[in-house]
Design a protein around this ligand. Structure first.
Ligand code: SAJ
Length: 423
């Protein structure tokens, strides 16, 4: 079914779409990258990238140079279409499928019999079926599979549709796209099989076939599982504060049990996946998702708990100077999206708790929301913050912070949301 002469059109040149398109192009397939943002398209066509991801720029440069990857603002005719557009939440925490719908509508006139449409965007259960439904309305001339209507693989009028989620960690995207096991869920067995052949081009992990609904839920469940487990750790940290027990030591001891593996508490859960995806489950089955919803709420409220801790401690100082260590959503990346650290610092700035000395080695200037509060909020070096602050608020466990001379902490109040410097 699939061979090197087939072309691929990837819709959405973001954190997943661009690396995926690049890996196919590296395997000598003709790839068209499509994004509605003309700046992103121009950047890619110059062999450059608009996101931070290890090793990506040099391979984008190579595949753009040999014209295996060409970016456009409109989708191009191809044999395989991969939809990798955002699925954000609206302000009621309901999934917004408008980007997926727009992408489907944009490819509908281009699709020919024999084409494969792959959805990669993290999506609520039933979204792949929605794509099939939208396409059957737009293209009644095509024979479109559904979960209860399998079509012969040789039907000359048929198309193929599958859901193929990724599970890669930012910063390791290229390695994990290649090495991770993958789940593929077709609307029928023929669609799964076709999608498997496509990903086998570069995936070295095992590929497991399932149906579209199971594959959709699997992606959501992986992130919800992690969210629930982090919520457990975050709840423990608050219980321990109330009981005056060191939560880090407690977890270390409890994890000596052969079947217990508690995760680490923190200032909250950030990023654009774990803090978002569990809501997709809650949205589709609210009456059965109480634990998942509660966990999400525990993690969502943790930044407010930290803000209160700082307010309480700041009352001990006339003009408190607070070192805020880290802004990113996790260690050693520059990504501030949905970052609990940023939420906390912003709230402290708005509440005018004191002078905020922000240390974030992965950025060169404050984000506009914080820059607004200058000079009460400033971006400083680690040394300057450690020397001048009364309160040290640890928000991210960047490597740089682990190595400080802990003698500098003497006489200062430490609020340690990440449990570093325990020894
Ligand atoms: N966190 C804690 N305590 C922990 C572990 C993490 O507070 O013990 C916090 C982090 O500080 C961060 C947040 O959770 O704020 C999320 O970080 P993460 O490293 O757990 O995950 P992400 O968001 O970078 O990537 C996740 C991954 N999913 C899982 O591990 C199940 C990744 O494999 C997915 O591909 C990605 O979401 C995604 O795109 O869905």
């Amino acid at each position: 079914m699939f061979d090197k002469n087939k072309s691929i059109c990837v819709l959405g040149m973001g954190y997943i779409g661009l690396p995926t398109a690049t890996l196919f192009a590296m395997k000598d397939l003709q790839v068209y990258g499509c994004d509605i943002n003309a700046n992103i398209v121009n950047t890619i066509n110059q062999g450059k990238i608009h996101i931070v991801e290890n090793d990506l720029e040099k391979i984008v440069q190579a595949v753009v140079l040999n014209q295996k990857l060409i970016a456009f603002t409109e989708p191009q005719k191809a044999n395989v279409y991969i939809i990798a557009v955002p699925t954000p939440l609206d302000n009621q925490n309901n999934p917004d499928l408008s980007y997926i719908k727009a992408a489907t509508q944009s490819i509908a006139p281009l699709i020919e019999a024999g084409c494969l449409i792959i959805l990669e965007s993290t999506s609520p259960v039933g979204t792949t079926e929605k794509i099939a439904q939208w396409l059957s309305e737009l293209r009644p001339d095509l024979n479109i599979p559904s979960l209860n209507h399998s079509i012969d693989k040789n039907d000359p009028n048929r198309i193929f549709i599958a859901y193929c989620p990724e599970r890669v960690l930012p910063g390791r995207v290229l390695i994990e796209l290649i090495d991770n096991d993958r789940i593929i869920g077709g609307l029928d067995a023929e669609s799964s099989e076709y999608a498997k052949q496509v990903y086998e081009c570069f995936v070295q992990g095992k590929i497991f076939l399932s149906d579209a609904r199971t594959a959709e839920l699997s992606k959501l469940v992986e992130n919800a599982f992690r969210d629930v487990n982090i919520a457990f750790a975050n709840e423990l940290s608050m219980i321990c504060d109330a009981l005056n027990i060191n939560v880090w030591h407690l977890i270390q001891l409890a994890n000596r049990h052969p079947r217990v593996q508690i995760l680490q508490p923190g200032p909250g859960v950030g990023g654009h996946c774990i803090a978002v995806d569990p809501w997709f489950i809650v949205h589709t089955t609210p009456e059965h998702s109480q634990l998942i919803r509660n966990a999400r709420e525990v993690n969502h409220q943790k930044p407010q708990y930290v803000v209160q801790q700082v307010i309480t401690e700041a009352k001990n100082y006339k003009q408190p100077r607070i070192a805020c260590l880290g802004l990113s959503f996790k260690a050693d990346i520059d990504d501030l999206r949905e970052s609990p650290a940023l939420t906390i610092v912003l709230e402290l700035a708005q509440k005018q708790i004191g002078k905020l000395l922000v240390v974030e080695p992965y950025i060169h200037q404050l984000p506009p929301s914080l820059a607004f509060f200058q000079p009460e909020v400033s971006l400083v070096s680690l040394h300057e913050a450690m020397v001048h602050a009364d309160i040290i608020l640890v928000l991210v466990d960047h490597k740089l912070f682990l190595e400080i001379d802990t003698g500098l902490l003497e006489g200062k109040t430490v609020i340690n949301t990440r449990g570093i410097w325990q020894k």
